[in-house]
Design a protein around this ligand. Structure first.
Ligand code: SAM
Length: 290
C-alpha cells in the first residue's frame, strides 16, 4: 500500500513531466513543419508566412501588407534584392520576346506597380497592349501614376481583380505573366487554371518567383540576409518590419521549383520548364497552352 501510495504521486509527477515534454516536442515539430515548403498537395491557402490562418484569412492579411508597403514598394524592392529584381524581370521579358508589331495582347497578373508591363511595352517598341491586374488598389494606383509618367497609358489598362477569378473571356491573351505574385495568392491551383483559361491556344505562361536556393553556402548567406537584414531594412526605410517578415517567410513556404512545375502541368499547360536565377533565389517557370 505504502509503496503503491508512494508510487502514485511519483508516477503522476513523471507522467506530468513526460506529457509536458511531449507537448513541447509537438510544439517544436509543429513549429518546424510551419516553416517547411508546401508540396504539390497545397497548403499555401492557409499559410500566412509561417503562421497557419483560417480559410479566407490569408488574402485579407496579404492585402493589408501591400496596402502598407505600396508607396515604398519600388524602393524596397531594390534594397531587398540589391537591384537584382531588375535583372530577373529583364530576363522574363527577354524570354517572352514580345513581337515589335501591333496585335500582341498580354495580361500581367499581380502586376502591382507595373514593372513587368512597362518592360513588355518597351521591348515591343510600344506595340504591345496589356492589362495590369492586381487585387490591391494601392499598388495599382502607384502603377497607374508611373504609367502616365512614362507615357504608356495608351498601351496599358489597370484592373483591380483577383487572380483566382479573372474577369476576362476564355482564350483572350497571347501571354500571361506573373512576377513575385503567385505565392501571395491563396489558391494557387485556381489561379493557374484561370491563367490557362484566359490564354489563347499557343499562348505563353511565364511566372517569376522567389524559389529554393540550390547553391551551397549561398543558401546560408541568403537566409541570414532574409531573416535578419530584410525586416530590419523594412523597419528603417518603410517604418515597419512585419510586412517584410511576411514577405521573407512566404518565400520559404512556396513550393520548390520541381513541385511548382508539376502544379503548372496539372493546370493543363504543356512544355513546362524552369530556369534558376542567382542560384535559385529566383526561378522563371515557362509553359504553353497548346
Ligand atoms: N509583379 C509586381 C512586381 O514584380 O514588382 C508586384 C509583386 S508584389 C510582391 C505581389 C502583388 O501580388 C501585390 O501587388 C499584391 O497585391 C498582389 N496580389 C496578392 N494576392 C493577389 C490576388 N489574389 N490576385 C491578384 N493579385 C494579388
Amino acid at each position: 500500500m505504502v509503496k503503491a501510495e508512494h508510487a502514485r504521486p511519483r508516477t503522476g509527477t513523471l507522467d506530468w513531466r513526460a506529457a509536458g515534454a511531449v507537448n513541447r516536442l509537438d510544439e517544436m515539430q509543429e513549429h518546424k513543419m510551419s516553416q517547411q515548403r508546401v508540396s504539390t498537395d497545397g497548403g499555401m491557402q492557409t499559410s500566412y508566412g509561417f503562421r497557419t490562418v483560417g480559410d479566407g484569412e490569408k488574402q485579407v492579411l496579404v492585402n493589408d501588407v501591400f496596402h502598407k508597403v505600396a508607396k515604398r514598394y519600388d524602393i524596397m524592392n531594390d534594397v531587398m534584392s540589391a537591384g537584382m529584381h531588375r535583372v530577373w524581370k529583364d530576363a522574363l521579358v527577354a524570354s517572352l520576346n514580345p513581337p515589335r508589331r501591333p496585335g500582341f495582347r498580354f495580361l500581367d497578373v499581380a502586376g502591382g506597380t507595373g514593372d513587368i508591363a512597362f518592360r513588355i511595352v518597351a521591348a515591343s517598341d510600344r506595340q504591345a497592349t496589356g492589362t495590369v491586374l492586381d487585387i490591391n488598389g494601392s499598388m495599382l494606383g502607384v502603377g497607374a501614376e508611373r504609367a502616365a509618367k512614362k507615357g504608356y497609358t495608351e498601351n496599358l489598362d489597370f484592373v483591380e481583380a483577383n487572380a483566382e477569378e479573372l474577369p476576362f473571356d476564355d482564350n483572350t491573351f497571347d501571354a500571361y505573366t506573373i512576377a513575385f505574385g503567385i505565392r501571395n495568392v491563396p489558391d494557387i491551383d485556381k489561379a493557374l487554371s484561370e491563367a490557362f483559361r484566359v490564354l489563347r491556344r499557343g499562348g505563353r505562361f511565364l511566372c517569376l518567383e522567389f524559389s529554393e536556393v540550390e547553391m551551397p553556402l549561398l543558401d546560408k548567406v541568403y537566409d541570414a540576409w532574409s531573416f535578419n537584414g530584410i525586416p530590419a531594412m523594412g523597419k528603417a526605410i518603410a517604418g515597419e518590419a512585419e510586412p517584410y517578415q511576411y514577405l521573407v517567410e512566404s518565400i520559404r513556404k512556396f513550393p520548390r521549383q520541381r513541385d511548382f512545375a508539376a502544379m503548372i502541368g496539372r493546370a493543363g499547360f504543356s512544355r513546362v520548364s524552369y530556369t534558376n536565377y542567382t542560384g535559385g533565389i529566383a526561378a522563371l517557370h515557362s509553359a504553353w497552352k497548346i
